[in-house]
Design a protein around this ligand. Structure first.
Ligand code: ZN
Length: 256
């Protein structure tokens, strides 16, 4: 069972209990914000048609609820690649799908709706946050994130924690045979739908990648909640035909 952190009307699916206490983070649920349909209500993206003032108000609500200044967060423009930026400062960092930092009290944040947020941390508190869609996973975003985190921390990958947040489950991630061929057979799920198209287990795909990057199995875990199935709680790009909002994945190293 995943931990749900409640701050008034704002909820996040929280990091696993076994993670170091000084690291905070999670994935927001879609409720508790001020956006109207089809972004109702805690939408964090201006790129889906929602008003920038409304998105800013949602960010203020989250900041107030968590006691964290998310306006100063490090943010990236997602590109479904495997570029990871090292940062010690907040603001818009450009196009990438991952960030790593050693900085204290600097929130890393990115938006998702079906793509997986991947959270990384070392025992000493360096952190990384990655955006993992299927293209990025195939391209090596998980490994790139682990390498970048190990580089800034001088910690071996075997000491790194990895948590795969909520994303589109194998129940709902139907793909073309061309896409399926880019994934190892262990991740293929037999089709139960009329189309006969294969389905891919992206959590398994990410787990295999993290394992190959050197993480120990017991340090890898997943929320295993499907954003396309649970539309009361999550925005789903695929489940809502692209006409929806985005959750915020965030990660922060506190002073402890
Ligand atoms: Zn599903």
């Amino acid at each position: 069972m995943n931990r749900i952190n409640s701050k008034g009307d704002i909820y996040s699916v929280g990091l696993p209990d076994e993670w170091p206490d000084e690291i905070r983070g999670g994935l927001t649920l879609r409720t508790g914000g001020v956006s109207l349909e089809p972004w109702a209500s805690l939408n964090f993206s201006e790129r889906t048609g929602d008003a920038p003032e409304t998105v800013a108000e949602n960010l203020s609500l989250l900041s107030l609820a968590e006691g964290i200044d998310f306006k100063g967060a490090a943010r990236i423009g997602l590109e479904h690649g495997c570029h990871v930026i090292r940062t010690e400062a907040g603001g818009r960092l450009g196009s990438a799908d991952g960030m790593v930092t050693r900085a204290l009290e600097l929130p890393l944040a990115l938006t998702v709706a079906d793509c997986y947020p991947l959270f990384l941390a070392t025992p000493a508190g360096e952190i990384g946050l990655l955006h993992c869609g299927w293209r990025g996973i195939v391209g090596g975003i998980a490994e790139a994130g682990v390498i970048a985190l190990c580089r800034i921390s001088q910690v071996p990958a075997s000491e790194v924690w990895g948590w795969i947040g909520p994303g589109i489950g194998s129940c709902c991630f139907e793909v073309s045979p061309e896409v399926a061929r880019q994934f190892p057979v262990e991740t293929h799920v037999p089709s139960q739908v009329a189309s006969g198209n294969p389905r891919i287990d992206l959590i398994e795909a990410l787990t295999l990648r993290l394992s190959a990057a050197g993480l120990r199995d017991k340090r890898i875990s997943a929320a295993a909640e499907c954003t396309a199935c649970e539309r009361e709680r999550f925005f789903s790009h695929r489940g809502e035909q692209g006409n929806t909002g985005r959750m915020l994945a965030w990660l922060l190293r506190t002073r402890g």
